[in-house]
Design a protein around this ligand. Structure first.
Ligand SMILES: *Cc1c(COP(=O)(O)O)cnc(C)c1O
Length: 219
């Protein structure tokens, strides 16, 4: 599965993030052996435990809701935080980035689904964040793009519409706030069930778990 996925995605110029949450290190090493170097986790403790014992050339992506008080544990090594949904969180990432002399790549997570269980900003909240005086002073974060999760539904038209919305947000932000910043370039969207639609809609990074590792028994 993984080699077919990697071929298809690299042909489309899309980066594969293998979502390894709940899976043990042995499973990650098997996927690592196939050439994958980007892995996604949603729990800080699990991520730190895996980081400590697995090869150091792995790029670790935080894809789940991140509590402000946990940023310090991942700041020294995290490759990208996909789930920035508040100014307060971004301020803490900036502070921890400064401590470790890093600029930490972050994505702004948008709420695009028709479900009320998913985290993320709406357009007005994103604008407020980006126009706040505090944001202008952040030197230790790089806003590298946007992230979103579509609804869990069989309705392909709806999923497509949600991905199109995220792409439009990206384009508007790029034009308005990041026109001169080539580092603002990522659209993280697409999971096991909907990545093909996401790629069609302009995804640059897909986050795929169960299609690589098998169905999860835990969340
Ligand atoms: C778990 C998770 C994924 C991967 O889900 P699969 O359906 O297993 O591919 C992607 N993104 C986020 C934010 C997740 O929490």
């Amino acid at each position: 599965m993984i080699d077919i996925l990697q071929k298809q995605l690299s042909a489309a110029g899309v980066k594969l993030i293998a979502v390894s949450k709940t899976y043990p290190p042995e499973n990650i090493l098997a996927v690592y052996a196939e050439g994958c170097r980007d892995f996604g986790e949603n729990k800080v403790q699990e991520l730190v435990d895996k980081y400590e014992i697995l090869p150091k050339d792995i790029q670790w992506h935080v894809i789940g809701h991140l509590q402000t008080n946990k940023v310090k544990y991942i700041a020294p090594f995290v490759a990208m935080i996909h789930s920035v949904d508040s100014l307060r969180l971004l301020a803490e990432i900036n502070k921890q980035g400064a401590k470790h002399h890093r600029q930490i790549p972050c994505l702004l997570q948008f709420f695009i689904a028709e479900e009320d269980t998913k985290f993320g900003l709406d357009w007005a909240e994103a604008v407020e964040l980006l126009e706040s005086p505090e944001f202008a002073d952040f030197k230790h974060v790089i806003i590298a793009g946007v992230m979103g999760m579509a609804s869990f539904t069989e309705n392909q038209e709806q999923v497509r519409r949600e991905f199109d919305t995220l792409k439009q947000y990206f384009d508007r932000l790029k034009k308005t706030y990041f026109a001169n910043q080539p580092t603002f370039k990522e659209i993280s969207m697409g999971m096991s069930g909907d990545w093909e639609l996401a790629v069609e809609a302009g995804s640059t990074m897909v986050r795929i778990g169960s299609a690589i590792f098998g169905a999860r028994t835990k969340t």
